[in-house]
Write a protein that binds this ligand. Structure first.
Ligand code: DON
Length: 568
């Protein structure tokens, strides 16, 4: 109990320091890290995008309208992950409690094949699945946004949803210091993977406050505004994509663009300690993994063990180890591979998986395989609740920071490097150290497995929480911890989001811990239990909304970057 209080006190002090440092007179933007509002909130990776979302709500739009405007705005003001050249997942819950999930994940092009990133000896060719045009899957974002619009828009004004992003690209906006630093780090890669000069390339180093104008991107967005999804998948922009592919060793063609389709899917649902968790089904591993984690830890009553006690972290880590082993073998695109969803979520199966747990000692990943039952930044997440009670949880990505680093010449947008999320070679780790097999091998038109976990939490039929994060393989465990911090440990939303995080993914057999602010005694105890601790920088950037019992809304943006909460 004492430990619980001392850990909580530490975070309160940390938060006081952080909130004062986020609003220094020198910063270009004021970052709202935590707000309480009455009607509606948008939390995203950039202040401009959050404000655009709120503007759309104030015009009478609903959460889906706001999400579409935020997605396009992020493609302009947050190019490290915001995109029209990538894909993502959206979990939508309307005020009446109906839930629908939109899969706008990228698809492998028709010319893709399972050995496309291997050399003659069957070894992975460095960088081929992560850099340049060949690393890109067929983008799904524009189709996804259009589909969401057709299905759920209240504003019924597509042009109004695109216009803010177009103006932002055309007139420019001031970049943050963090963005300047990141643009500077990528200059060499941008030059190497582009035979023209994209807007992010400059002859002198970028500084915070510099204006970034993206005229080509403004033109592309105008095509999408004027012609809907056809403005991207056919016509001038499609031609630009295909020419850019041909000139740079890529394989996406007109047929691939024409065939792209986002898909509505049913959420993964699980009950945990009186709450209902709703999250994304395959081809994201997020929902199944999250449900497995909750079901595995529920019998251990984490709230009795204490927030960030070694015992609680040990149980959560051992569950994570087992879940990621399952992920590596059993999860892939359900349209191509028969994902054993029911088996993976079976209560008896999950109890059995935890039966080898020793409450005092870490197990070894090498002793543990996937179960058998006869069978750096960057992505970005935003959470929205509107004035009508509808909720959107949306995670979107081009995979690595600035995706493949390759822009579509003349069209001004970055291509994803999502093909690396397939298993290029069974047993060989990808960018995030994740291992895959048959279920996630490359096949034409298949969607690569994801960890993105946009999630909504409900209690007694009422909306309680909207949550998600970037972070590659750590996405699932960051969402898991944030929900546990709130539900089990009763932290305020701000404490729950800002608390230091940890992560285990089966292989490599290491327990990653954020170096900053993690309790030393807890670390020592975990080491004594046999966990291989690796100290890391930031893990994730959680954007969360919590609805209090009196109806007021807490909205929290992660302190770890430029994220911003806006509301009214
Ligand atoms: O879909 C996935 O799981 C990855 N492409 C996500 C990448 C990511 O989160 C990178 N951000 N930090």
């Amino acid at each position: 109990m004492n430990r619980l209080i001392s850990n909580s006190l530490k975070y309160i002090i940390l938060l006081m320091v952080l909130s004062s440092s986020c609003k220094g007179p020198k910063s270009i933007y004021t970052f709202n890290k935590s707000i309480q509002v009455e009607k509606a909130a948008v939390v995203s990776g950039h202040p401009i995008a959050s404000k655009i979302g709120i503007d759309i709500l104030k015009q009478g739009g609903n959460a889906v309208d706001a999400a579409i405007a935020v997605q396009f705005a992020l493609a302009v003001c947050y190019p490290v992950a915001g995109n029209i050249g990538g894909g993502g997942f959206m979990v939508f819950r309307n005020a009446q409690g109906e839930v629908n999930c939109l899969d706008f994940r990228e698809m492998a092009p028709n010319k893709a094949h399972k050995d496309m990133y291997l050399d003659g000896l069957g070894n992975i060719t460095a960088n081929l699945s992560t850099r340049g045009h060949l690393a890109a899957g067929v983008p799904g974002t524009v189709d996804g946004m259009y589909e969401a619009y057709v299905q759920y828009s209240q504003l019924k004004n597509w042009k109004a949803l695109l216009q803010p992003a177009i103006e932002l690209a055309d007139r420019g906006f001031k970049i943050t210091k963090r963005q300047a630093r990141m643009f500077n780090q990528e200059q060499e890669a941008f030059k190497q993977y582009n035979n023209h000069q994209p807007a992010l390339v400059k002859n002198h180093p970028w500084s915070g406050g510099d204006l970034l104008m993206q005229k080509d991107l403004a033109n592309t967005l105008s095509q999408i505004r004027d012609f809907g999804k056809e403005g991207f998948y056919s016509g001038a922009v499609a031609d630009q994509i295909v020419i850019s592919m041909k000139n740079n060793g890529g394989i996406i063609d007109h047929e691939d663009l024409k065939n792209y389709k986002s898909i509505w899917r049913k959420p993964i649902k699980c009950n945990y300690n009186g709450y209902e968790i709703l999250s994304m089904p395959p081809p994201s591993s997020g929902g199944i993994a999250l449900a497995q984690l909750f079901k595995m830890v529920e019998p251990y009553h984490l709230n009795d063990l204490g927030f960030h006690s070694a015992k609680a972290i040990h149980i959560m880590t051992e569950a994570e180890r087992r879940v990621y082993a399952d992920r590596s073998k059993h999860l892939g695109d359900p349209d191509f591979y028969d994902v054993p969803q029911q088996n993976l979520l079976d209560s008896i199966y999950l109890l059995n998986r935890m039966s080898t747990l020793d409450s005092t000692k870490a197990s070894f990943s090498s002793d543990l395989d996937a179960g058998d039952f006869s069978e750096s930044e960057q992505t970005t997440h935003f959470s929205i609740v509107d004035q009508y009670g509808n909720a959107v949880s949306l995670t979107t990505t081009i995979n690595g920071g600035y995706g493949s680093k390759a822009f579509v010449e003349g069209a001004g947008f970055l291509l994803n490097n999502e093909m690396d999320d397939f298993s290029s070679k069974p047993g060989t780790p990808n960018l995030y150290g994740l291992i895959g097999a048959e279920a996630n091998k490359i096949e034409p038109q298949k969607r690569m497995l994801s960890s993105m976990t946009p999630t909504i939490v409900v209690k007694d039929g009422k909306l309680k929480m909207i949550v998600g994060t970037p972070g590659g393989s750590t996405i699932i465990t960051s969402v898991f911890q944030t929900i546990i911090n709130k539900i089990d440990f009763n932290l305020s939303l701000k404490e729950a989001v800002h608390a230091p995080r940890f992560h285990h993914q089966w292989k490599p057999d290491e327990l990653r811990i954020e170096a900053k602010n993690f309790d030393q005694q807890t670390k020592d105890e975990l080491k004594t239990m046999g966990h291989q601790l690796i100290l890391k920088g930031d893990i994730g950037k959680v954007e969360a909304i919590w609805i209090n019992d009196d109806g007021s809304i807490d909205a929290v943006a992660d302190w770890r970057a430029d994220d911003h909460a806006e509301g009214y």
